[in-house]
Design a protein around this ligand. Sequence first.
Ligand code: ADE
Length: 473
Amino acid sequence: MTRFHILTLFPDMVEQGLSASIIGRAAEKGILFLHPVDIREYTRDKHRKVDDYPYGGGAGMLMQAQPVYDAHRAVTGGRQVRTIYVTPQGVPFTQRMAEEFAKEEELVFLCGHYEGIDERVLEKVVTDQVSIGDYVLTGGELAAMVMIDAVARLIPGVLGNESSAGEESFYNDLLEYPQYSRPEEWQGMRVPKVLLSGNHRQVAAWRLEQSRQRTAKRRPDLYEKYQERQDLIQRLSKEKRNHIHMMESLSRGRADVLYTDFRGRDTAVLLYDRKARICMMTALDRETGERMTELIPEDTQMILLSEPFLRDMLTREKYVLFGEFSQVLYTKREPLPVKHKEIRQLSMDDSAYVCKWYGYGQEGPGTDQEYVRERIQAGAMYGAFLEGRQVGFAGMHDEGSLGMLFVEDAFRGRGIGASLEAWAVNRMLEKGWVPYGHVAAQNTASMRLQEKLGFYKAEKSFWWLEKVLAKDT
Ligand code: ADE
């Protein structure tokens, strides 16, 4: 359960502001804990004063160090807790920051009033100074509430629809497209025709175009970033089969570009998918390889690469070889036929079955079981059923590739695996994505299935590396 402590002179304001609506409901359900703390309770002044004049003169009053420090101590008990001072002097708050804060189990928000807070206590307790924009409010409470709202909705279980947080404004450096609901005609204005067509591909193309136009007009800064990504995708597309993983990661708005070097047709690229903690890389030679290796973020869990010399360089200490794979991709736009009819998206109620066949019996943090549960929660796992009994599953990995295909022995040879994969492919096509995946080098049966479904294979071999687990000593 994520805990939010809000140090403020107006605890009622925070209490009321956050108790309503979705965040309030999540707090009631015990998914998160909202804890407004009245700084004035910690004053040692007999008139309950918490402010004083600034040294050196100037307008207004400052909040004094002692009450703020004592309130912070009372909440944290001296533990290291990420503490955010909300102030117009801070770095601008972003979705990325919200994602980072959402990983913490506990956060303190410190709200200023008057002309600010004595710098010494900020030095002592604050880890981040953050602003919600270039304007000045009367106090930090509203700003803290803005941040708490943005962070809380990313916590699993806070939003009803689990998959909805990942796919909205800013996921792609583009603003969201316009949306319409019933009636079809309102005050003489009609819903755009394409949205009534039922043609997912055309709908996706229309939405992308709308997003582009909107972003170019309203947010030229974001649009420039978007175009830089598009340029990189364009370059990578010269070897589409070898680069589809990077192209998709970029176009779906997942990857940060950490390094690029282009020489003619040849490419060196290092991408980092922060959410999945996965690096994807391709190098020109040892030298670019070494340069990129230095840029691999510390918390990287897995690396996907396609050069043997990179594999050898990187498996010397921090990483071990997880396996060799063929990369396959489906470049057609037409949905695949799904013969087996009983297929649906899985919910957490189905997780025991998936864990039984995917988790090798291991439980706890960092295991496959935890991973597939997280995938189910993300709405990315699909199950096949026979007369209501589950017989297999497939899904989408965190970084976006297809995988985890499984059909119980007793039910193989009936096209259920093909149907499961076709179903997953169709879901991806609906989103305007190019389905791709990795087949273990020895898995000839799966390779045959991919060919049958119309997948192409990349010329290069691919290797997944994983981080060496720290040994308990
Ligand atoms: N306090 C006053 N104005 C603020 C802002 N724009 N962002 C964060 N905290 C604030």
